[in-house]
Design a protein around this ligand. Sequence first.
Ligand SMILES: *[C@@H]1O[C@H](CO)[C@@H](O)[C@H](O)[C@H]1NC(C)=O
Ligand SMILES: *[C@@H]1O[C@H](CO)[C@@H](O)[C@H](O)[C@H]1NC(C)=O
Ligand SMILES: *[C@@H]1O[C@H](CO)[C@@H](O)[C@H](O)[C@H]1NC(C)=O
Ligand SMILES: *[C@@H]1O[C@H](CO)[C@@H](O)[C@H](O)[C@H]1NC(C)=O
Ligand SMILES: *[C@@H]1O[C@H](CO)[C@@H](O)[C@H](O)[C@H]1NC(C)=O
Ligand SMILES: *[C@@H]1O[C@H](CO)[C@@H](O)[C@H](O)[C@H]1NC(C)=O
Ligand SMILES: *[C@@H]1O[C@H](CO)[C@@H](O)[C@H](O)[C@H]1NC(C)=O
Length: 531
Amino acid sequence: MAWLHAFPFLGVLAIAALRYACVTDLRFNNSQYDRKPNVVIIFADDLGYGDLSCFGHPTSHTPFIDEMANKGLVFTQFYSTSPVCSPSRASLLTGRYQTRSGIYPDVFSPGDIGGLPHNETTIAEFLGRHGYKSAAIGKWHLGVGVNGTYLPTNHGFDEYYGIPYSHDMCPCPVCFYPDGSCIRPCRNNEAPCPLFGNTTIVEQPADLISLTKKHIDKATDFIKEATDARNPFFLYYASYQTHHPQFAGQRFTNSSIRGAFGDALAELDWSVGMILKTVKDAGIENNTYVFFTSDNGPSMTREIQGGSAGLLKCCKGTTYEGGMRVPAIAYWPGVIPPGRTHELASTLDLLPTIATLLGKKPPLRLDGVDMEEILLRHGKSKRDTFFYYPVGADPRFGVFAVRYKQYKAHFWTKGSGLCGQRNPDDDCRITALRTKHNPPLLFDLDADPAERYNINKSPKGKRIIPFIAKLKKKFDERMKWGTSQIRRGANNTLIPCCNPGCTPFPQCCHCERGKSSLVEMLWKYVISDDT
Ligand SMILES: *[C@@H]1O[C@H](CO)[C@@H](O)[C@H](O)[C@H]1NC(C)=O
Ligand SMILES: *[C@@H]1O[C@H](CO)[C@@H](O)[C@H](O)[C@H]1NC(C)=O
Ligand SMILES: *[C@@H]1O[C@H](CO)[C@@H](O)[C@H](O)[C@H]1NC(C)=O
Ligand SMILES: *[C@@H]1O[C@H](CO)[C@@H](O)[C@H](O)[C@H]1NC(C)=O
Ligand SMILES: *[C@@H]1O[C@H](CO)[C@@H](O)[C@H](O)[C@H]1NC(C)=O
Ligand SMILES: *[C@@H]1O[C@H](CO)[C@@H](O)[C@H](O)[C@H]1NC(C)=O
Ligand SMILES: *[C@@H]1O[C@H](CO)[C@@H](O)[C@H](O)[C@H]1NC(C)=O
């Protein structure tokens, strides 16, 4: 920077500008903003804290999300409420812990009887009361039930387009190989993946190669139509990527030096870019609040084809940081000043924050708090605690860990098969059985985000542990567990089928074969089941 030497005065200005850019743009005036902003939530699947380029991954290619991070507010301490999918989605959409709505102990299967109870208020229902149009596009995983009673269109969304559960729950009998073969034995009790348009199956098996593109086309149409009709809208875009098995459209296959995972991530990144571009082109960027995050930490079962929690410990399926701390970015040019925040926040907080942005009262009995102060002024969080429910949540144990300010106490720990058999950390593997810790393990996450150094015997630790133990006791005692919707079990007749009454069921649920080329499918990375 030779010119800095020639013009030291300019150098000072440049450094001042940089400081503003990195910390908070104090000149930012967002006292006025649209009180009916459009809301877009982009929810990635199994994307870990360390997977994005803007969160430090050296070989991921995520230019669009990086741009969103540059112009938006990056959260470094943001949590999903569960280390697996269905519970995490329930609390994002309701602002309430999944235990209240009965979305535990794990996740829904295709023929399940239960689903998100209708007395819960989703973000779509809340916004619907205020004149919004809502669409859910992508993975649902909060139940289908008899006659699709639990699908998004029965939970406040005007439209739904997507596969209502994980795409690894239905890959057979079409495995997308050129010769039609399957890499793993087909499971006879599975139907091919159904792609729903509202409550009707429009394609089965869903063609994964063109899936992301079709979803983006739907999202684009939805945004344009709502904008043309001058209707405020809510788009809930729940990507299947980067859940296993990794797949990507033709453009992205072999596009990344990170392999199959990198290719899937590149397509996810593209889809984020397309949504932001559509919003910008529609001229509504300054009244659209966009939030990007992930449902839980990375699955590591497939080792080098899996995700990364970066410096955080363990993975999906555990209550260590790697299981539940996720990347998050808030984006609203002109209203949310760019920067980074270390404030504590959670998917629970999305619904109450939206209510505050609208200037409306949120639904009653929420666990979330509003993040307006963090978003608009880079201020303090209203949250100083966070409670970690494990997979297999059970009232006998309650929450496994509690975070209070920077301290996290583990009262119970347990490894997970989702961390992989060869995980170098013993604590993460499935062989680490449920273990009670008394006194709890204690970590200072500000100084030690990797949870390496237990400080429960330090003077500070001894002082803080009784207080955190009280928080746990009070929280567990007050929690009203809803009846488990997942334990209601399955009835095979409920497996979504485009060809009702066909035999042999459910493999015969086969209506329109995907039209795109079968070659690019990355099924070769399938090793075992996942959720
Ligand atoms: C911010 O903008 C509002 C409305 O545009 C204006 O009334 C207010 O004076 C501005 N505040 C600052 C500090 O510039
Ligand atoms: C957004 O920008 C458009 C055009 O740039 C302008 O007309 C409109 O008033 C702005 N809306 C808000 C809420 O600032
Ligand atoms: C499901 O829909 C079918 C056809 O419309 C109807 O006959 C049946 O009663 C419905 N079942 C329930 C439980 O609502
Ligand atoms: C779903 O319903 C919406 C609203 O009624 C409608 O606009 C859309 O075309 C429907 N989609 C499908 C695939 O039927
Ligand atoms: C991707 O790379 C693999 C391995 O090099 C190759 O077999 C495959 O044909 C490539 N696919 C495409 C669409 O380029
Ligand atoms: C819905 O009903 C269930 C079961 O009665 C209950 O556990 C849950 O708390 C209720 N939800 C709301 C929002 O009232
Ligand atoms: C499954 O559902 C079918 C159709 O509603 C019903 O006849 C059958 O009894 C159910 N099976 C079980 C085990 O509940």
